[in-house]
Design a protein. Structure first.
Length: 155
C-alpha cells in the first residue's frame, strides 16, 4: 500500500501539474507496490478486483504518468510486456530464464563493473537499474538445458 506520506508527496506532485490523486491512480500504484513487479495486465487484474470497470488503457495511461513523475519504473524482460515496479524498490537487475521464464532479482553491484567498462571503452553511460540479463536459471542449467536456449528450441 502507498504510505500516507508517499501518497501526500505524489498528491502534491500531481496537483503541481494540475492533476488530482484519483482513487484509480492510487489503486494502480498500490497494485504495482503489492505485486513487486507487474505487467500492465497484472496491474489491471489487481485493480479490477476493486474497480471491475477500470480499463486496461486507463492502467497504461496511469503507469505512463507515474513513470513520468518518477514514481514507478519499467523494465523489458525478454519479449514480454514491460514490467513495472515502484522506484523505492531497491536497485536491482533482472535475471530472466529463457527456458522456464522465471525472473530473479540480483544485486546491481555486479553490473556496475560492466557499466564502468562500457563507459571507459565507449563513453556510454548505462542505467544498470533498468537492466535484464537473459540466460538459464540454476535449476534449468542443472537440468541440462542448452545455454540460453528456450525450452521449445531443445526439443
Amino acid at each position: 500500500m502507498v504510505t500516507q506520506r508517499g501518497s501526500d508527496v505524489l498528491g502534491d506532485a500531481l496537483r503541481s501539474r494540475g492533476l488530482r490523486m484519483t482513487p484509480q491512480r492510487r489503486l494502480v500504484l498500490d497494485a504495482v507496490q503489492a505485486l513487486g513487479h507487474g505487467t500492465p495486465e497484472q496491474v489491471a487484474e489487481r485493480v479490477q478486483e476493486v474497480v471491475p470497470s477500470l480499463s486496461l488503457s486507463t492502467v497504461y495511461r496511469t503507469l505512463d504518468l507515474l513513470e513520468e513523475m518518477g514514481v514507478v519504473s519499467h523494465t523489458h524482460l525478454g519479449h514480454r510486456a514491460p514490467t513495472y515496479h515502484a522506484v523505492g524498490h531497491a536497485d536491482h537487475i533482472h535475471l530472466v530464464c529463457r527456458r522456464c521464464g522465471g525472473v530473479e532479482e540480483a544485486d546491481v553491484d555486479g553490473a556496475r563493473a560492466l557499466a564502468d567498462e562500457v563507459r571507459t571503452r565507449y563513453g556510454f553511460s548505462t542505467d544498470v537499474t533498468h537492466l535484464s540479463l537473459d540466460g538459464l536459471c540454476a535449476h534449468c542449467h542443472a537440468a541440462g538445458g542448452k545455454h540460453g536456449a528456450p525450452a521449445d528450441a531443445e526439443d
